[in-house]
Structures are given as C-alpha cells and as structure tokens.
Design a protein around this ligand. Sequence first.
Ligand SMILES: *Cc1c(COP(=O)(O)O)cnc(C)c1O
Length: 400
Amino acid sequence: MSNTVINQPAHSVMHTYQRFPLTIVKGKGSYVWNEKGDKFLDYTSGIATCNLGHVPETVHQKLSNQLNQLWHCSNLYEIPSQNELAALLTNNSCYDQVFFCNSGAEANEAAIKLAKKYAKDKGHPERTEIVTFHQSFHGRTGSTMAATGQEKIHQGFSPLTSGFRYLSYNDEASLEQVDNGTTTAVLLELIQGEGGVNKAEQAWVEKLSVICKEADILLMVDEVQTGIGRTGTLFAYEQYGIEPDVMTLAKGLGSGFPIGAMLAKEQVANTFQPGTHGSTFGGNPLSTSAGIATIETLLDEEILHQVKSNSNWLQDELEALRLKHEMIQDIRGLGFLIGLELTVEAATLIEAFREKGVLVLSAGTNVLRILPPLTTTKEELENFLQIFKEIITEAEGIAS
Ligand SMILES: *Cc1c(COP(=O)(O)O)cnc(C)c1O
C-alpha cells in the first residue's frame, strides 16, 4: 500500500471521528512520526493509553514471546497469563478478584451488571438504580452512554437504557440525594477526564464513601483514564484514602494492546458466577501478557516516583505561566492528567502545538488536556514548556 493511499481520508470508514490532519505511522518513547518522517512529541499518549511511551521494550519483549506461544485461548480453559495479571492487580490494590474484557466501556458494562445483580442477591430487588454525575464519561455502548452524564452524548439515541440518575459533581446537596431507596451503586470518576479534567474534592469523596458504606450502596470508581499510574499512584483512589467496592480499568493497562478489567472486593465479586457474565476475547493470552509487562514495569522502574516529582515541577511551571497570561484561567488535574482552562477554544492552541511538533488534546471546548507519557524526561517537559510559552505569547499577540 502506498503512502498516498493511507494518507487520504478513508471514505469507507464510518465518520465517527473528527480527525486531525495527521497520519501517524511510527512511535517510540515520547515521540511519533508521520509518513513523511516528521517527528512529534506525543503528549496525548493515545489518550492516556501509551503510559510507558510508544513501543516500550519490556512490553514488546513479553508480547513477542507470547506471539510465538499462543494467541488466543477461550475462557473455557485456564489461561496462565490471565491468572498472573489478576494476581498482580489484586496484590497491588484493595481488590480480590478481576473480570477481564477488552475496553473501558466493557469494563463499565460489567460493573453495571454486577451492581444490578448485587442488590438482588442481597434481597433488595427495589435497588435498581445507578447514580452517576453530570459531565461524566463512561463509554459509548448502550448502557455506558446512558451512564454518561452529558446531554450531547445522548442526543439522538432515545430511548436510553433506563436506571441511571445524574447528580452534580463535587456538590454537597447531591450527597443527600444519593440514597433514595432505589440506589444500588454510584459510578464515579475521581477525575473527570473527558468532561473537562475536573477533580473530585477529598472531603466530598470521603462523605460519599461513608454514605455508600452505610446504605450498602456500591461505590464504583471508573479509573479507565486515571488508573495505571496516570495520576502518580498506580490507581487514583489510593490518594483519597478510600477503598471503593469496584474499580474499572482499560486505557493504559495494555500499553496500547486492547484490554479492560473490572475489579471487585470478594463479597461483591461473588455476585458473578458461571453463566452470569463473559467475553470471548476478555483476558486473552496476548492482552494479559501486555498487561503483566505494563504493571511490572510500572512497579519496578521508579516511574511512579518520577511522575510525582516531574508533574509537581510541571504544575509549578504552569502556575507561573498562568500568573503571567490571562488566557490560562485555571489549572486542574493530578499527576500527568492535566487540564488548562482557557479563555479561548482549545482547538486553536492544539493546532499551533501541532505545527510546532507537539500533540496535545482538549477536554470539552475550553480545556487543553495534556497527557504526557509517564516516562517522559525533564528535557522533553522543558521543551514542551518552551513551545507552550511561544504559542501563548503569539496567541495573545493576535488576540490583542
Ligand atoms: C475512555 C474512557 C472510557 C471508555 O473506554 P473505551 O475503551 O473507549 O470503551 C470510559 N470511562 C472513562 C473515564 C474513559 O476515559
């Protein structure tokens, strides 16, 4: 296939994405290359997916070995790599058991099913509802789209899957509405990624956690974006001092190889028994090998330490920029999940960054989202900041 063909807009691919005018054909570490050989600093990490950078050596090695052994095995048989990844995840979290699937939406679907059956098993058939929050994002499948608290994502898809109730995030009054007698679970992002990089407040999360515990309502954290070291700890919930009943993972878990997971504490996990849930590809030998190498690398290589110190340094530098430039209204996030609220549309800056060889994202209209690989170097961060300073100075020149 020639480059001219792959670089053309694909008329036979459904138009579900507003694509940037860029074709990426190669990646290594913090960088990607287009078909012409131009190099870009990738501070999107495939939307918080390539957390170890592109084509990380340890994962490459593990996947190569597995490619020579076995690609697929149905879940009707024991899968050693699946058992090993489950043990790695449970040994390094507050959870006891794992269900594997292929994406974030599927992980949340599994959590939603678990929550519904949990209430019935506990003798509470009237508890059928799941509380989620305005501006949340939980996926694009039938149920996870309905769980998502954003009007624009529901548009055109009525009748929506019923059973979801939306409350206001970080809102004291909404805490009183969590338990209305019909609630079985709360599905929560500790940092709303797609919805604008909004961080849940510590005190609010603590109160929510207590309310859930007292009423035997499951607290389920969607860590599809915040998990796998993104915020400086393996999982974001660790920084809140809480132990949610359920956690969902995907994006970073396989370093780019598709895999999702739903983790639960034992008494909750027991809700699922043979025949209640399943997946053909979920937890297959290739995806779980990628997961093992990813988690082992993160735990071994001091990367989490580095995320904390580098992200603190970056936050300080960005704060200094904010004080100088009115265009930056607010800096939000945790670790390397960073949102900058702007007075202008994020799209204009994203384009300027791309022209200078840096890829960044938005989260909503006015929020610039920066997702460096966790392995990014101080030098790369300094380079990024330098380019950001140029861009913001130029943008303000145009605006005034
Ligand atoms: C990306 C994302 C999802 C959906 O994951 P997919 O793999 O695209 O299905 C769900 N929840 C959160 C918080 C996400 O960031």
